[in-house]
Design a protein around this ligand. Structure first.
Ligand code: ADP
Ligand code: MG
Length: 362
């Protein structure tokens, strides 16, 4: 139905879409997830030419969408979009919001347009609101009107750009329920969303966007349970990282501790975890102390919000330096402490790199 090949989009020097190629088939429901600023909206907007792509091709039902003769207005009817901010006409009633485009753009007779609009309003649960004005509706109701308005143009495909992110949390589910219903009815949809549970159960394919690409794609099971690539994993498991470069034995431990506190605060780490983390970092630094003169040490702490797991990785590039080699330790008090609080404690040397990794025990 839609075929995208080598789509690119630049804003001046900023490359937002680097190289996007994909096929979307009739009846598919595709969720697009990814950090903000990675071009998800831009991709949708290029699909229906609210933005002019910088390069590449998009074909819908075989028709070149970027062709000069392509009628953009017809195209937008085929591929209609629902926005985060509803974009309803506030001076028109709900019913008129649904009928204006069919009447004005298509020449549909008023009575016919109204009958259809009423059917669609009932479909989204808002048959009683036909005479209301947008201002009289909740966010969830407005968004359902926007979906009905979109359906009034008989689109082949609907593009949703974060349809629930402007909503009061209490009205999110009513909008998601309507989208689920459309999915069951076989509507082809591309949905940019932050609602992971929803993305998981509504879609048959998930695109994870990053670096201006569809960085990883797969079934919901593949993306949510077994993401293959690093950035996908970090996003799915909501891994937050913080890192330090410890350049000499005279590093500022107080500043580091303050950073750890701030990081813990920001990500709401449980109190017990914070205390342990501070202790592990301090003991880990002790273990590395003999080597600090020879090479700078890099410490990165990753916290997976989804699982509450914390991983610490200590790396230095230089002479071999195994901080957990008992034969080299004057006493192993610190090491034993770390062993008690962590699991998966491993030292590896790869090329010139020393790497000590550990996960905090829960
Ligand atoms: P997402 O929807 O994934 O959050 P967007 O597609 O909105 O990302 O934006 C991707 C990048 O493109 C961002 O860095 C944003 O600042 C930039 N961008 C979006 N629209 C414009 C524009 N009209 N002019 C310049 N830069 C833009
Ligand atoms: Mg966006």
């Amino acid at each position: 139905m839609i075929s995208v090949s080598h789509l690119t989009k630049q804003y001046g020097d900023l490359t937002v879409l680097k190289d996007i190629s994909t096929e979307i088939k009739k009846g598919e429901v595709i969720s697009i997830i990814g950090p903000s600023g990675t071009g998800k909206s831009t991709f949708l907007r290029c699909l229906n030419r609210l933005e002019e792509p910088s390069g590449g091709t998009i074909r819908i039902n075989g028709v070149d969408l970027l062709g000069r003769t392509t009628n953009v207005s017809t195209l937008r009817q085929q591929m209609n979009m629902v926005f985060q901010g509803f974009n309803l006409f506030s001076h028109l009633s709900v019913l008129e919001n649904l009928t204006i485009a069919p009447i004005k753009l298509r020449g549909t007779p008023v009575a016919q347009a109204e009958a259809k609009a009423m059917d669609l309003l009932r479909l989204v649960g808002l048959g009683e609101k036909a005479e209301s004005f947008p201002d009289e509706l909740s966010g969830g109701q407005k968004q359902r009107v926007a979906i009905a308005r979109c359906l009034a143009m008989d689109p082949d495909i609907i593009l949703f750009d974060e349809p629930t992110s402007a909503l009061d949390p209490t009205t999110v589910s009513e909008v998601l329920a309507v989208i689920r219903r459309l999915a069951r009815d076989g509507m082809t949809m591309v949905i940019v969303t932050h609602e992971m549970d929803f993305a998981r159960d509504v879609s048959n394919r998930v695109f994870f966007m990053d670096e201006g690409l569809i960085y990883e794609e797969g079934t919901p099971e593949q993306i949510f349970d077994q993401p293959q690539r690093e950035k996908t994993r970090a996003f799915i498991n909501r891994i937050r990282t913080v890192s330090w470069r410890i350049a000499s034995p005279d590093y500022d431990l107080y500043a580091m501790n303050a950073d750890i506190e701030a990081f813990s605060e920001k990500h709401m780490l449980p109190k017990a975890l914070r205390q342990k983390l501070l202790l592990i970092v301090e003991e880990g630094l002790q273990l590395h102390a003999p080597f600090l003169g020879a090479a700078a040490l890099n410490l990165s702490v990753g916290y997976a919000e989804k699982t509450d797991a914390i991983e610490l990785v200590w790396e230095s590039v230089g002479p071999a330096a195994n901080p957990i080699d008992r034969a080299q330790l004057a006493d192993d008090m610190g090491l034993r402490l770390i062993e008690n609080m962590t699991e998966g404690l491993t030292y590896e040397r790869t090329g010139e790199t020393n790497r000590l990794s550990m996960r905090m025990r829960r």
